[in-house]
Ligand binder design. Structure first.
Ligand SMILES: [Zn+2]
Length: 511
């Protein structure tokens, strides 16, 4: 379609989106007349009809709410003006506050959770780990859909997000309703949703907007990340590099042994080349930057060797003990740029053959390459800088999430009792036991809690003291039998954990 001024047209599946800007709202009436006629003609040419019930327009004002509503028509019928418009699953409101989007999201999450609640209650049901899996894999992504666009670090928005997350977390962590969201995050091992959304947006900004990712004193730029250019080769033109595993390393041919190594977090690679008569021709060793994996080191050794022999006109064998690199070369999906580069180098060179050998079985060439690589790891200076892999980026983002969460947990004024027991945040934790959680949160059948929330007496049934958690653990005579049941330790050794680890059935009886 011909471009008309600064009007932009986006077509996605059966959606048509027309974007335009103007300093005053009345201008749109005239400005959009021509583009709408073009769409009309286009639709007529392909015998397509437009559903007027789903056709709307919205204005995003800079400051004031526009008083004049422009009149837009298509196929002779007026296009309805709307303050909220749904496009690709997101609800845009005119001030871009996303309130409507969140309230719809909240209702839907509640609905979804209501269905999941059929399979669990406080004392029975599906394992909490399964609910955690459903939450992290499905519900969290559902809530955060489009967050790269709508997320901004505003207090109100963050609160809203955590409210929505709370609905799901209370299904994983079974406990009293009064427990704070912070405690729910800790017990379920799910970081606060606003932190997850924030890091997700930072990743998007880094990869697509070229904005550096800053965490503490570490700055990560897009150029530092190894992003495979998938457009480089269409899938039908993808090719693989074959390799063998039955080649005799003592063969009287031109041959190279390569190896990579990691030692004390430092990475190196090395290679040695022999001619037909077994005479050493050349060797090299490089230290790589510390973020490189052994896989990358092995691949670099192979690539550097290939570069040295690319022009030879006779057969040459490269022996490596890294099966993973060979398998990556024999696979169609490229995960790293270096594998892609090796493939390109070998694509038109049939003289170079790749062979796999067993490591550490006394093959002299392999042993020399191994010691060359090990030596390189001890060097002071880095010879080759390796870009950060996608896997590394994933781990790095996870570390940022956890560090952010840890800081918030330490500074939060809420759930300090739980903080005393679980000061460290962890994503691997998942406490879903209704009884255990009463002890971990202090929200439960304890008389002090019952007094605080329901105005009941705070005395224990034994009437000797207040019914606090410590009273039950150390003082209450009613629980004497239970304490004796775990009396292998002295009573001073008694702690919450040994109580909580006590057989579940009997604990139920106690409570
Ligand atoms: Zn008591």
């Amino acid at each position: 379609m011909e471009p008309v001024g600064d009007v932009k047209l986006l077509m996605f599946a059966d959606d048509i989106l027309l974007l335009s800007k103007a300093p005053a709202s009345y201008i749109f009436t005239d400005k959009l007349r021509l583009p709408l006629t073009i769409i009309e003609k286009w639709a007529q040419r392909y015998a397509l009809s437009i559903n007027m019930d789903k056709t709307n327009f919205i204005m995003f004002p800079f400051k004031k709410i526009p008083t004049y509503i422009p009149r837009l028509k298509i196929f002779g019928r007026s296009i309805g003006y709307s303050r909220i418009i749904k496009y690709l699953g997101l609800h845009f409101d005119e001030k871009l506050t996303w309130h409507q989007h969140f309230s719809i999201l909240k209702d839907r999450t509640q609905n979804l959770q209501g269905k999941l609640m059929r399979y669990t209650r406080a004392t029975w049901g599906v394992k909490p780990q399964i609910f955690k899996e459903i939450y992290t894999k499905a519900i969290e992504s559902y809530i955060l859909y489009g967050s790269e666009i709508w997320y901004s670090d505003l207090v109100k928005l963050n609160l809203k997000l955590n409210q929505i997350q709370r609905i799901s977390l209370s299904t994983i962590v079974k406990n009293y309703r009064t427990v704070s969201t912070e405690a729910l995050n800790i017990l379920s091992g799910c970081p606060p949703l606003d932190i997850v959304a924030k890091v997700k947006k930072e990743k998007f900004d880094l990869l697509f907007k070229n904005r550096a990712l800053v965490s503490h004193d570490f700055i990560l730029n897009r150029e530092d990340i190894d992003i495979v250019n998938f457009n480089f080769q269409p899938l039908w033109e993808a090719f693989i590099i074959p390799w063998t595993m039955n080649m005799d390393p003592e063969v009287n041919e031109h041959k190279i042994f390569t190896d990579g190594s990691k030692w004390n977090d430092q990475v190196g690679c090395g290679a040695i080349c022999f001619d037909n008569y077994g005479q050493e021709q050349w060797s090299f060793s490089f230290r790589l930057s510390n973020n490189a994996s052994v896989f990358i080191a092995e691949a670099v050794a192979i690539m550097e060797s290939i570069k040295k022999i690319i022009h030879i006109d006779h057969v040459c064998y490269i022996f490596t003990d890294s099966r993973s690199v060979l398998m990556a070369l024999a696979s169609c999906s490229d995960q790293t740029t270096i594998i892609e580069e090796i493939k390109l180098l070998l694509k038109n060179n049939l003289n170079i053959k790749l062979c796999w050998i067993n490591a550490h079985v006394g093959i002299s060439g392999n042993e020399i390459a191994d010691s060359l690589a090990k030596e390189a790891t001890k060097r002071q200076d880095i010879d080759i800088n390796i870009k950060y892999s996608k896997k590394w980026l994933k781990n790095h983002l996870q570390k940022i999430r956890v560090a952010c969460w840890q800081l918030r947990w330490e500074l939060s004024p809420k759930a300090r009792f739980t903080f005393g027991l679980l000061p460290q945040v962890s994503v691997h934790r998942c406490f879903g036991d209704f009884f255990l959680n009463q002890f971990l949160t202090g929200h439960g059948v304890f008389p002090v809690y019952q007094m605080k929330f329901f105005g009941k007496s705070d005395l224990c049934y034994c009437e000797r003291d207040q019914g606090t958690i410590t009273h039950y653990l150390y003082g209450c005579p009613l629980f004497h039998q239970i304490r004796r049941g775990i009396s292998l330790r002295t009573s001073l050794d008694w702690d919450l954990w040994s109580f909580c680890l006590y057989p579940k059935q009997e604990r139920v009886y106690v409570l």
